[in-house]
Design a protein around this ligand. Sequence first.
Ligand code: URA
Ligand code: SF4
Length: 207
Amino acid sequence: DYTAQPFVPDRGGLPALRAAAAECRGCPLHRDATQTVFGAGKASARVMLVGEQPGDQEDRQGKPFVGPAGHLLDRALAEAGLDPADAYVTNAVKHFKFTRAEPRKRRIHKAPTLRETAACGPWLAAELDRVEPELIVVLGATAGKALLGSSFRVTRVRGTVLEEEIHGRPQRLVPTVHPSAVLRADDREAAYRGLLSDLEVAARALA
Ligand code: URA
Ligand code: SF4
């Protein structure tokens, strides 16, 4: 089955991982995307934020959360009192998956399958191994399933501090909704306040 595993170096820090991930062909998603979008931030970061997959802007710029969802996330992090310098930001899947309504038209985000998410899992595991965050903020269902399994339901556990074993290591996690879901919500203000209050739980857990 698809897997990134043979591409993941077992030595070296984040720069070695990032360089190797640029060459990953562990699943078919590398074919249509522009580039691998690896995580960003310092190995000393106290908190790791895990999203779904890069979007259109991230695919062009090669950095996670630099588009509209990222701007919303930055605002919410600042308001919750989480220092971006303390955060390592990444995605469950490192390549942009999309469809086009018509040739040469706008690229429309498409959710990764469980198979693609599982294939990319070794990169996320390697990032966790190098960063060893005190807390993981889980942004939405794809990240939740990648880290906690397919029974994960964001509505059931959002805004709580979970203690789970991840890759053999005890880990604290705070799940919340994906910032893109806030942008799509009918009541954006209410959805934003929900995201913010979950991030405040994360900020208190770190304090
Ligand atoms: N959505 C994500 O899940 N990740 C990004 O990097 C951007 C948008
Ligand atoms: Fe590799 Fe992940 Fe990209 Fe698939 S999505 S090619 S597993 S980096």
